[in-house]
Design a protein around this ligand. Sequence first.
Ligand SMILES: *Cc1c(COP(=O)(O)O)cnc(C)c1O
Length: 371
Amino acid sequence: MAERNIPFFNYPALFKTYENEFVDVFKEVCSRGAYILQRDCEDFEKNIAEFTGAKHAIAVANGTDGLMIMFRAAGILPGDEVIMPAHTYVATAAAAHLTGGKPVLVECGPDHMMDPEAVEKAITPKTKFIMPVQINGRTCDMDRIMDIAKKHNLTVMEDSAQALGAKYKGKSAGTFGLAGMFSLYPAKLLGCFGDGGIVVTNDDEMARKMKLWRDHGRDENGDVVGWGLNSRLDNVQAAILNFKLKHYRDEIEHRRKLAGLYHSKLNDLKELTLPPGPDANSDHYDVYQNYELEAEKRDELKQFLSDNGVGTIIQWAGKAVHQLQGLGFEGVSLPITEKMTSRFLMLPMHAALSMEDAEFVTSKIREFYGH
Ligand SMILES: *Cc1c(COP(=O)(O)O)cnc(C)c1O
């Protein structure tokens, strides 16, 4: 019999933790009849702009739409190449592809983040964009990436879906290039009760265009001035998120504590390659959307943990984007990323996870490797 039941992610806790408050928010917003693009949505946009230090934030229906809106507003043209890491969600590549661009996938460095050297090597005369992915709530070497972009006259836009609150040298993820996106999917750092996303920019013209794209090409007066999508964040979700944002910094601190515990209890195991601990490098303030490590005998470890009541996940089924079928990446070979994806495993990491449960997870991992 399992001694414990520690799910990888606790979906019911998302609601239960503040159930009464959420019900009150729902009643209040719906009683006002405030469903689409109302003041709660505007407040949420202001809150995220303030939280990230971005000049503008525009709430959208989901993160993937957010990326597509960024590409559209930035004027992507058919065939424009977009350099991005292969170790990302299919949505990053899909957004480039579906707006007419060509995703060009590159390797990660030993830190598991997009490798700036690989980016520079992948540049061709058709390259227009670099899209770093701030994966697992961590940040890429943004100094190097911004330098490369400047040198080659390329536009940087961030897939910071997993990194709301993460910082590189004190600057928020999502705010380095022309625009950045945060996903509000339930299991993301700041999750709502369905799909949601928000894009940020410091550029007034980019903000204006992204606003048009998310609402049928309509301007402030309701006049259609171009093509657009219907990609608005529900107002009630925005109201829920405004409430959740009050506890967000505490939740991030809790995740960082969990990561610190994982690090201190597992760092001596040579069978594992851990992500950096929370205080490893003062250039990076990581928010631990996920705790993704590399493990020897990964599949056996996963099974052993499962037998002991511990849920783990292999992100995106253990496949980098070029390893997915039917997307046209058949010729692409990225051996460093492929080796990593065959060893990646994610430990439980969320706001409702107790330190005690996290410690239990580490004790079982030590037991598995015979330590
Ligand atoms: C979640 C995620 C997305 C897509 O966001 P959705 O809100 O699910 O559409 C894109 N990129 C990355 C890296 C993600 O983790």
